[in-house]
Design a protein around this ligand. Structure first.
Ligand code: NAD
Ligand code: ZN
Length: 388
């Protein structure tokens, strides 16, 4: 049963020290660094953004800030990538780590910042609350909308030893400063806009319908669903729709606030094997499963799913159950408007992989325990088959 209406569970929410939001707010980065007297900066970003951030980097260099730039992280990062980045800066002073990119770049920036002055190994910090400290300043600038990693205490990395995605969760991973500049997302290709936007929507939706849903977090989750549902198709169809991009950037950040205290559930658990076994991007993996997990869950929380449906833009029908199912139809319609693959069979997943994926997914108990309806091995197989 969802606890939110009857009890008030204790939660701890760590917010970033400062969030700067606005079109072209990336210009504030230089003052954030020089104003605090920092002189050795590591920027982790992607090549495609270098021309856009070039003026800020020039300004930093003119003020005698030593800027090192690394663009090696092009997709979802692994433990080995953390080691390579730490080697890249070995023996050099770094007092600020800046991540400018999608969730892949932000997650690795968070872990590199944590590990610079830390003698714990990456295996020792994997899990919840095991990281002991972060010694250097961390600034995160998201360029997808997205993971919400810029405000979350989570980093998700692939463990090269078993090819599984693992979470490192710690209040020390919440950045000191976040810059939300929707203009950095204008060049994001439509299919990445769609997949990352559906990921953000899933963060909000899985928080709102979570066993551990909390009234304080519901506020972010509901508004995130509303903003993303109303703007995603617009941004996919016209990447420079400034209003849609701005609303999505904010919706994605609201999804990030849901990740620490409540977190995701069945959709994310079932999507992880798609990433680790078939290298399907995180957002697309979630989008492929979202309608099917919703349909499976509704019976366990019809009132909550009816509210989700209203946030998605549906009208109330005669019963919560009917309204809730209308919400699933709305999600299917949104995914269709986004023009991304809709079935596991469209993305090269062999049907014979389903039992293996299901066996992997049900190991992700840290997320499955949050799902409003228990998912067993055979339930997971059925959900994958419906999504096939
Ligand atoms: N830490 C968290 O709280 C959290 C939450 C959810 C997901 N994640 C993790 O985040 C990762 C996925 O992040 P993502 O979905 O943002 O995708 P991503 O960072 O992998 O980016 C997707 C693609 O878009 C490109 N890209 C990014 N910004 C761009 C821009 N502005 N213009 C053009 N191209 C751009 C990237 O280079 C990449 O090729 C996964 O590893 C996932 O597990 C983390
Ligand atoms: Zn996600």
């Amino acid at each position: 049963m969802i606890q939110t209406d009857s009890t008030l569970r204790n939660i701890k929410v760590r917010f970033p020290g400062q969030i700067i939001i606005g079109k072209n707010s990336i210009v504030e980065l230089a003052d954030e660094i020089t104003g605090a007297g920092h002189v050795h900066i590591l920027i982790i970003t992607i090549d495609v953004l270098l021309p856009i951030i070039h003026p800020v980097i020039e300004r930093l260099r003119q003020q005698n800030v030593h800027v090192r730039i690394n663009t090696s992280i092009t997709s979802e990062p692994s433990y080995r990538d953390v080691e390579s980045l730490l080697k890249f800066i070995a023996g050099q002073a770094v007092d600020v780590v800046v991540g400018i990119g999608g969730g892949s770049v932000l997650d690795i920036a968070k872990i590199v910042a944590a590990q610079i002055e830390n003698d714990q190994t990456i295996n020792e910090i994997t899990g919840n609350g095991l990281l002991r400290k972060r010694g250097v300043k961390l600034i995160c600038v998201p360029t997808t909308a997205g993971t919400g990693s810029e405000v979350s205490p989570n980093a998700i990395l692939i463990d090269d030893a078993d090819n599984q995605k693992k979470g490192i969760i710690s209040p020390y991973l919440v950045p000191d400063t976040v810059i939300i500049d929707p203009a950095l997302t204008y060049n994001l290709p439509p299919e990445v806009t769609a997949a990352t936007g559906l990921d953000a929507l899933t963060h909000c939706l899985e928080a709102y319908t979570n066993i551990f849903a909390h009234p304080f977090i519901d506020m972010y989750a509901y508004e995130g669903i509303r903003l993303i549902a109303a703007n995603l198709a617009k941004a996919v169809n016209n990447g420079t729709d400034e209003n849609a991009r701005a609303q999505l950037a904010i919706g994605s950040m609201l999804g990030g606030f849901c990740l620490g205290p409540v977190n995701t559930a069945g959709v994310h658990a079932l999507s992880y094997p798609l990433g680790s076994m078939f290298h399907i991007a995180h957002g697309l993996s979630n989008a492929l499963l979202l309608p099917y997990v919703m349909r499976y869950n509704i019976i366990a929380a019809p009132a909550r799913y009816a509210t989700v449906a209203r946030a998605l833009g549906c009208n109330s029908l005669d019963t919560d159950l009917e309204t809730a199912y209308a919400g699933v139809d709305k999600i299917c319609q949104l995914i269709k408007q986004c023009g991304i693959p809709r079935k596991l069979s469209d993305v090269g997943v062999g049907k014979s992989a389903i039992p293996i994926m299901a066996a992997d997914a049900i190991k992700i108990t840290r997320l499955l325990k949050n799902n409003p309806r228990t998912i067993t091995l055979s339930d997971a197989i059925n959900i994958y088959e419906e999504a096939y």
